[in-house]
Ligand binder design. Structure first.
Ligand code: ADP
Length: 497
């Protein structure tokens, strides 16, 4: 019995309790196998609802629908402007249902309602609008060739059917990051949401129908990674795979895709360094760094989980971090006062608690939190945890925890901290806190990360590219860079003789 759902809007309660099926070719269809899977509310551990458990039979059907829609005139010959208008209409519908979408994500994966309502759902809407604007701007070039009397030009064409696989940490936003660019250039999509949090994407499908997208342009198959996800990756009809998730699964996707040279873009894990210099505005640096690690329960690929603090201010910074962490309001995701919700699942709960135990065993000291938090409710609650006396070789300083656990380490010089920050196999994001412009630029130039924030953390914009160096991924989503991932460039030679 899930009591939290009773606090949701009536329309959300009604939606969640419905029978949830795949969305294929514009229709709602049950899994070919007839199987379903439970969807859990992490704030209470209660079963929210059931959704279809897809496998290769469902994926076959969805890819066929997407391939047909890609060939069909309704989409292929739709003018870029009309495509943009449809996308904008979808964004308007999302805006009209903003609170509902926010409540669904919050119930489904535990993100605080306030964050969903004022952060991630508005960002998803902005993103759709930004990408709608690109639909009319996918331009080619004319090239002055010297090979002879030729007119040479390029056109950029949609790559075809996209298989999009997304994680559970920002369900709606991750879906829109992929759909936005894919639709702008004229691709069709089969989207597989994470098994932990499929609901907002299913609600989105209803809005997609209402907006008037031709059937089959966007299809959704729910299911587990090794079943529905793996089938989508291996499907010969999928021209491009867009994946956000763990580095381990990302590597296996790249291997599978290699056989047929399917295009791949990957947004993977991180262990992002966040560097607080001695001359930083400490108050801003502490609150920004705590947001950096605790936002979304630390379940963010770019979480600032390795915090390096200049030795002169290390003790003072630790004290302020501990106070901040202890004062955070942890509670039910749907409660508007909640700053940090539960982690997403029993599996994640055990993993994160395991890392905390490991941190203690390896000799780090807990200065805030350090365990489960049953007082916050019956769900998967973990205290905002800060470790001091961490060394670079400890597990908690090296592995992605994907939970509310900060490892805080002192440093002496800027060059030393650059070297230590860059040792990681990951390279997604980095934070820098300093009032010195030279130090800021020097660190920004030298850190191996796809994004560097200076005197800020966790800021995102539809127009700014996003992606990782090294094992944090391949390709850049967001901004005009994302369009590259979904188009092929064709070069045309016209003889003038
Ligand atoms: P996490 O550990 O954060 O759940 P995963 O990489 O396991 O990250 O999951 C991200 C997404 O990838 C989810 O939608 C999941 O179902 C899917 N997935 C998991 N394993 C596979 C796989 N072998 N092939 C394709 N997709 C997968």
């Amino acid at each position: 019995k899930v009591e939290q759902i009773l606090n949701a809007k009536a329309s959300v309660q009604e939606f969640i309790q419905r029978t949830h099926r795949h969305f294929i070719g514009g229709e709602w269809v049950p899994a070919a196998s007839g199987e379903t899977m439970d969807d859990i509310d992490p704030s209470t551990r209660g079963v929210l609802t059931q959704v279809a458990r897809g496998d290769s039979a469902d994926v076959d059907r969805a890819v066929a629908a997407a391939a047909q829609a890609f060939r069909d005139k309704a989409w292929r010959h739709m003018s870029p402007q009309a495509r943009g208008v449809l996308m904008w209409k979808l964004a308007d519908l999302m805006a009209a249902h903003l609170e509902e979408l926010a409540q669904i994500d919050s119930l489904d994966m535990g993100m605080p309602l306030r964050q969903a309502q004022y952060g991630t759902v508005p960002m998803a809407i902005d993103h759709m609008r930004y990408m709608a604007g690109w639909a009319t701007k996918i331009e080619g070039e004319t090239i002055p060739v010297s090979a002879g009397p030729f007119f040479n030009y390029t056109v950029r064409q949609p790559v075809g059917v996209v298989g999009a696989i997304i994680p559970w940490n920002f369900p709606l936003l991750m879906a829109i990051w992929k759909l936005g660019a894919a639709l702008a250039v004229g691709c069709t999509v089969v989207l597989k949401p994470a098994e932990q949090s499929p609901l907002s994407v299913l609600r989105l499908a209803e809005l997609i129908t209402e907006a008037g997208f031709p059937p089959g342009v966007i299809n959704i198959v729910t299911g587990y990674g090794p079943e529905a996800g793996a089938a989508l990756v291996a499907h010969p009809g999928v021209n491009k795979i867009a994946f956000t998730g763990s580095t381990e699964v990302g590597k296996s996707i790249m291997r599978t895709a290699a056989d047929r040279m399917a295009r791949v873009s990957l947004e993977l894990g991180g262990k992002s360094p966040n560097i607080i210099c001695a001359d930083a505005n400490l108050k801003r640096a502490i609150s920004g760094s705590m947001l950096g690690i605790f936002m979304n329960q630390g379940e963010v690929c770019s979480a600032g989980s390795r915090i390096y603090v200049a030795r002169e201010i290390y003790d003072e910074a630790l004290e302020q971090m501990a106070t901040y962490a202890k004062n955070m309001r942890v509670g039910m995701a749907l409660d508007a006062k909640t700053q940090m919700g539960p982690v997403v699942s029993a599996e994640q709960y055990e993993r994160v608690l395991g890392y905390i135990t490991k941190g203690r065993q390896e000799g780090a000291t807990v200065i805030a939190g350090g365990g489960a938090m049953p007082a916050a409710g019956s769900g998967f609650f973990i205290e905002p945890t800060v470790f001091a006396q961490v060394t670079d070789t400890m597990t908690i300083a090296q592995e992605e925890i994907f939970g509310p656990v900060a490892a805080v380490m002192p440093f002496d010089t800027v060059d030393e901290v650059i070297e230590r920050a860059n040792v990681s196999a990951y390279g997604l994001a980095a934070g820098v806190w300093t009032e010195n412009v030279r130090t800021a630029h020097y660190l920004a130039q030298n850190l191996e990360a796809g994004t560097v924030w200076v005197n800020a953390y966790h800021v995102y914009d539809a127009a700014a590219p996003w992606g990782g160096f090294k094992q944090s991924g391949l390709g850049r989503e967001m901004g005009h860079h994302a369009l590259e991932l979904y188009t092929e460039t064709k070069d045309v030679w016209i003889s003038l003789q």
